[in-house]
Design a protein around this ligand. Structure first.
Ligand code: PHB
Length: 365
């Protein structure tokens, strides 16, 4: 039988009713102290029919904010806030994973009481032409000492323990998009000569140590990894993506990591497909593909056997009942992108489902 978006999926220890995954989407709606509040609980509960929600990137360490009002998972108040979110999603019948995130050199001292960003390097992100035109620049990071890298691993460990206490069903390690773990992984940024730099094995050491902590806390059946070996966002690249990917695939296979979130941007589709083939040769876990899919292209990828599930991002913003709409082939609502990162309920929890639910906000003041 052909696999479709609506075929159930055993994802490690989790049983998913469909293969439509909600992508982590930064929406900057956390309360002061990077604490998830009632708005976030409503937002995620409205989207609980997703096969799995991967919640927005969540800071594992204080002093590392990159986007303002993104949530964290290092304080007790944050754990309590996330517990409300997780409980709301479970109550609505869903499953939710935490995405553990450290921005590294993408964070800004001005957002962190003057705390300088840290990284694998002491070289700053070079702002794109677009960013320069908008007056956006990046701070010069402080290179982590070898001993401090060990402290980062401990911060991730605490984040996983906190995520478990908050009741998350799974965790995804954010190893993509030029953030801290990727800053160690890819060699245009990692210029270290200690045990965390140089060969592929050394550059991957931090990421794998973090994965091992996630597995120790959650078990490998509830751990996933996001990578983006070809995505240049945040001024990053690698001299040999196939070799890097092959090594990572072998290592996550050894650890029986439940899923890989393979993030791509279709900038170079043939190169992405070649990487996918390498991945499949060495890794028997699930591959969730993520990057610009619609109903038809996502369905086609599953039918061809070139993905185990499809991750949708933008479509979930304005369509809390995306699963139902895809099932019915109903039209999709369009998001108001001017409200993506604004505070408050507008553009966040006021997109209705086709069939009204008890989670629809009756009146937004
Ligand atoms: C990402 O590109 O992965 C990303 C974007 C915004 C965030 C966190 C992560 O706040």
């Amino acid at each position: 039988m052909t696999t479709t978006l609506f075929s159930p999926l055993q994802l490690g220890d989790l049983q998913l009713p469909n293969r439509i995954i909600m992508s982590p989407l930064t929406r900057t709606r956390a309360e002061p102290g990077h604490v998830p509040g009632a708005l976030m609980a409503t937002h995620y509960a409205q989207r609980a029919t997703a096969g799995l929600i991967i919640a927005e990137a969540t800071l594992v360490a204080p002093g590392s904010s990159a986007y303002m009002n993104e949530p964290g998972i290092y304080s007790e108040a944050q754990v309590a806030g996330w517990k409300r979110v997780v409980d709301a999603v479970h109550h609505a019948g869903g499953r939710i994973a935490l995405q553990a995130f450290h921005p590294g050199r993408a964070s800004h001292a001005a957002m962190n009481d003057g705390v300088q960003p840290v990284s694998s390097t002491d070289r700053a992100i070079r702002a794109s032409d677009e960013e320069r035109a908008a007056g956006k620049g990046y701070d010069t990071p402080r290179r982590l000492t070898t001993a401090e890298v060990g402290q980062v691993i401990t911060q991730f460990r605490h984040a996983f323990e906190n995520a478990r206490r908050a009741g998350f069903d799974a965790v995804e390690v954010h190893g993509a998009h030029g953030y801290l773990l990727d800053q160690f992984l890819r060699d245009s940024v990692n210029d270290r000569d200690d045990e965390y730099g140089g060969s592929i094995e050394k550059r991957a050491r931090l990421l794998l140590a973090v994965l091992d902590e996630a597995i120790a806390v959650f078990g490998s059946g509830r751990v996933g990894l996001r990578i983006s070996p070809l995505v240049a966002f945040n001024d990053i690249s690698d001299s040999n993506p196939p070799a890097l990917l092959q090594y990572l695939a072998q290592e996550i296979e050894r650890r029986a990591v439940a899923f890989l979130d393979f993030r791509h941007d279709r900038h170079d589709a043939p190169a992405e497909e070649a990487l996918y083939d390498i991945l499949r040769l060495h890794y028997r876990g699930l591959v969730l593909r993520n990057g610009g899919y619609d109903r038809d292209s996502g369905s086609a990828e599953l039918a061809r056997g070139r993905a185990d599930a499809i991750i949708y991002g933008k479509a979930f913003i304005a369509n809390p009942d995306l699963v139902e709409r895809l099932r019915k082939n109903a039209p999709l609502a369009q998001a108001d992108f001017s409200l993506l990162y604004t505070p408050g309920p507008r553009g966040y929890i006021d997109y209705p489902a086709l069939e009204p639910t008890s989670l629809d906000e009756p009146a937004l003041a």
